[in-house]
Design a protein around this ligand. Structure first.
Ligand SMILES: Nc1ncnc2c1ncn2[C@@H]1O[C@H](COP(=O)(O)OP(=O)(O)OP(=O)(O)O)[C@@H](O)[C@H]1O
Length: 534
């Protein structure tokens, strides 16, 4: 169907067209339109998307506006038979050119289209063919193209291997969408998915939202891991009340010996402070300890090991003192951090705590690391430890992809200030692709995420972002986003998303689908107080 005719095109990027009267209802902001391919007849039509619609009335110029001081004036015009509202009105639209499909991507024309060329409204099947992913790789259907029934597909291989970012203001629907991506990936590919969950919201994925086979299948894949000595009573109770079932989880512990020197030093320094002498002793001791023994031993054995190996550098009274206070600090750290275990067979209440096995996290399934009961510094240390091991294990087993979802990524790889986990995330963002380690970072403050992490995420999923600093940052750091896309990002609804980058053939406006499993994120509402006298 012809939707209008071009009236102005000053660049190959956009054009204005007069919308035909019979197409007015179908041309809105966001509508896809096509042009005959004036550059490459062999390829399909040129696709464009309407970014502005204005209604123009050439009689309403400045002189007429000056006259329109009251309704009476308009009625006087009408008495003379001049109904300005209808006689001189036209609808004009601006469309941004996406290009014509060549292979997997769109190629932009090099010249503008010609005025008086027709603009067409494609049918849904035509549009579906243009927007479809090519090739037969795994596709994730995360919803529909907005206002249409065409499925919105992401290329799973590109999404995983070249990392992705989900960015939006708080409550913008990030974790809902992350859940959809996780469900799709788990349904369609045999890939381990590890979720860093600082709020304990992803446990809800254990509960199917419907009785469909897919919902049951995905919910059965979910394994929740809770740090050994964290009290989870409140969360468990909330879960039980909300979903009517018990939350299933395993308590895990970390062997303090398995920490890298940097992490041990970082934690000790954060909680108790370290002197230069203590640092030196720890460095010396750690070298020998971590190489010689990595299995669980009692706290006393662990400390005596530290004393023996640290003692190699101790000369004189000052250092003796440094060693003994270092040992006290290490004891306090290990005893007070809820995620350490030093001997096999530890329990929290009557729940067993077992050593966290990285190999288990790297098997097909959805593995949720619930860090909600920990201080930020402990969360960072755990993220660094776990993800480092995932990275090194992947480097040896190659060709077996793993997908890591990091909620609140600005806390684990902040752009300013230091975090124990920044270097691990930067390393995975830069080198993970080679070993099949894919990252999905989620943040409400893109400008607070380390640029070396964000810039490596070659698929970006935007939900609503309003903060001007974040918008500007996104504009600078994200390669694929245009000014029009950025404008759209401000006004997205919570179930809308805009996906740009490698996993889609062109920036796709998406209505995100419903969840198969329960969504744990809630926005509490106020309870009205009864009997108010004002
Ligand atoms: N596609 C969707 N369909 C229906 N409801 C949705 C959709 N996306 C989000 N919502 C609603 O919006 C609410 C907020 O979404 P969500 O918890 O994903 O936001 P968020 O961006 O992760 O928030 P926060 O920054 O606080 O973590 C959800 O509780 C849900 O009710």
């Amino acid at each position: 169907m012809r939707a209008g005719v071009i009236i102005k095109a000053q660049s190959p990027r956009a054009f204005w067209f007069r919308v035909f009267d019979n197409a007015e209802n179908q041309v809105n902001v966001g509508t896809f339109v096509t042009l005959e391919n004036y550059e490459s007849k062999a390829d399909g039509p040129i696709l464009a998307r309407v970014t502005r619609v204005i209604r123009h009335n050439y009689l309403v110029d400045d002189r007429v506006i000056a006259q329109l001081g009251s309704e009476d004036v308009i009625n006087t015009f009408r008495d003379y038979g001049i109904d300005i509202q209808y006689i001189a009105q036209s609808t004009l639209a601006r469309a941004s050119i996406i290009g014509y499909r060549v292979g997997t991507r769109f190629s932009k024309p090099l010249k503008p289209p010609k005025p008086m060329d027709f603009v067409y409204l494609p049918t849904e099947p035509e549009l579906g063919r243009m927007l479809r992913l090519s090739g037969d790789g795994v596709r994730l259907v995360i919803g529909n193209i907005r206002s249409l029934t065409i499925p919105a597909e992401l290329d799973a291989n590109k999404l995983v291997s070249h990392h992705c970012a989900i960015l939006a203001a708080t409550g913008g629907g990030k974790s809902w969408l992350a859940g959809v991506i996780i469900e799709e990936l788990a349904l369609r590919a045999e890939i381990p998915i590890i979720i860093i969950d600082p709020h304990g919201e992803y446990s809800a994925m254990q509960v199917p939202r419907s009785s469909t086979e897919n919902a049951k299948y995905v919910s059965n894949l979910v394994r929740v891991y809770v740090p050994g000595k964290v009290d989870t009573t409140n969360l468990d109770e909330y879960f039980r009340n909300k979903y009517g079932v018990e939350r299933r989880y395993a308590r895990f512990g970390i062997n303090p010996r398995s920490l890298s020197l940097r992490l041990m030093e970082g934690l000790l320094n954060h909680y108790y402070g370290l002197t230069d002498a203590q640092r030196r002793i720890l460095e010396e001791a750690w070298q020998y300890m971590s190489i010689s023994n990595n299995e669980l031993t009692s706290m006393e054995e662990f400390l005596s090991d530290l004393e023996k190996n640290g003692g190699r550098v101790v000369r004189g009274y000052g250092n003796e003192l440094a060693l003994s206070t270092l040992m006290t600090k290490v004891r306090m750290l290990v005893e007070n951090r809820p995620f350490f275990i030093t001997r096999p067979g530890e329990f929290y209440g009557n729940e067993p705590i077992r050593l966290l096995e990285i190999k288990e996290l790297m098997e097909y399934g959805i593995h949720v690391l619930d860090l909600s009961g920990l201080d930020l510094i402990d969360q960072q240390a755990l993220v660094a430890l776990v993800l480092n091991k995932v990275f090194t294990t992947s480097a040896t087993r190659r060709n077996k992809p793993v997908f890591i979802v990091v909620e609140e990524a600005h806390n684990y790889a902040p752009s300013v200030g230091s975090s124990l986990s920044t270097s691990t995330l930067v390393k995975i963002a830069r080198e993970g692709r080679k070993f099949g380690v894919g990252l999905c970072i989620i943040s409400q403050r893109p400008s607070k995420v380390h640029p070396d992490v964000l810039s490596q995420c070659l698929t970006q999923v935007f939900k609503r972002i309003i903060n001007p600093i974040d918008l500007k940052y996104v504009r600078n750091i994200v390669e694929f986003i245009s000014d029009e896309d950025l404008w759209e990002v401000r006004v997205l609804n919570e179930d809308d998303a805009l996906v740009t980058g490698l996993a889609v053939p062109m920036p796709l406006p998406i209505k995100v689908r419903d969840r198969l499993t329960e969504h744990g994120g809630v926005t509490p509402t106020l309870t009205p107080r009864g009997n108010i006298t004002v």
